[in-house]
Write a protein that binds this ligand. Structure first.
Ligand code: UDP
Length: 238
């Protein structure tokens, strides 16, 4: 496909399920391989790409807290899960010949680099895919906030949110046959209508920094590159 990417540097946000786990607990090799392929296509097209992966395929702090665990500890477990996912993604990207670095907001010297903004930018300039792990490195946040923060810090032109749905709908399209997909939305629409796209804190950080959010289906093969070219189905929040 001829490549006319709309954005030269992007951040790709994937939930633990969309990026690594599939629909089950833990790691799904087929999901990992498909996602690595999506990222590799974009990297080979010369787009600088950094990735934030969630940890929900292992643990979400809020769910563990509901089950009786202290919230902050539960959140740290969630952050550790994102480091496992980042390593899994790194390994699958290396298998298809893409150079990567993992940087964690919680330093883990023997495992990956600590998050250092300038070093991350340098990796991107050299064409390496940078995977950011451990969100913002603090409890009571999610990896959506981590993604928004890193997108702003890296000077990304857009935040691509890969999900299992091809955009933002008026209702859950898997449950409501009358649900309509939005072509575009304003940040304010998302916040005022309380649309479940990303955490409100992440959406407002993107609004304040004028970084559009592109919501698309990561499970459709070849879709990331297609959407980056402005083709196919997606919702833009700007
Ligand atoms: N988390 C956190 N601080 C962060 C990022 C993540 O405490 O900056 C914890 C939180 O418990 C969260 C879990 O890590 O539920 C996994 O991340 P998230 O829920 O964002 O994963 P996703 O839904 O994207 O798979």
């Amino acid at each position: 496909m001829p490549v006319q990417p709309r954005h030269k540097r992007i951040l790709l946000k994937l939930s633990g399920e969309a990026g690594v786990g599939g629909d089950k607990f833990g790691i799904d090799p087929a999901t990992l391989a498909a996602v690595a392929d999506e990222i590799a296509q974009v990297a080979r097209a010369g787009v600088q790409i950094c990735v934030v992966v969630g940890g929900g395929n292992f643990f979400r702090g809020a769910a563990l807290a509901e089950a009786g665990m202290e919230r902050a500890s539960a959140d740290y477990m969630g952050m550790l899960a994102t480091i496992m996912n980042a390593l899994a993604l790194q390994s699958s990207l290396e298998k298809v010949g893409v150079f990567t670095r993992v940087q964690s907001a919680i330093p883990m010297e023997a495992v990956c680099e600590p998050y250092i903004r300038r070093r991350a930018v340098r990796h991107l300039e050299k064409g390496r895919v940078v995977i950011f792990a451990a969100g913002v490195g603090a409890p009571f946040f999610t990896t959506d906030s981590g993604a928004a923060l890193r997108a702003a810090e890296m000077g990304c032109e857009a935040l691509y949110k890969g999900t299992s749905v091809d955009g933002v709908y008026t209702a859950d399209p898997k449950k409501d046959p009358n649900a309509q997909r939005y072509e575009t939305l304003s940040y304010q629409d998302v916040l005022a209508k309380n649309l479940k796209v990303m955490d409100p804190s992440a959406v407002s950080l993107m609004r304040d920094n004028h970084i559009p959010i592109v919501v698309f289906d990561i499970r459709e093969r070849g879709n990331l590159l297609k959407v980056l070219n402005g083709e196919g189905v997606f919702t833009t929040i700007a």
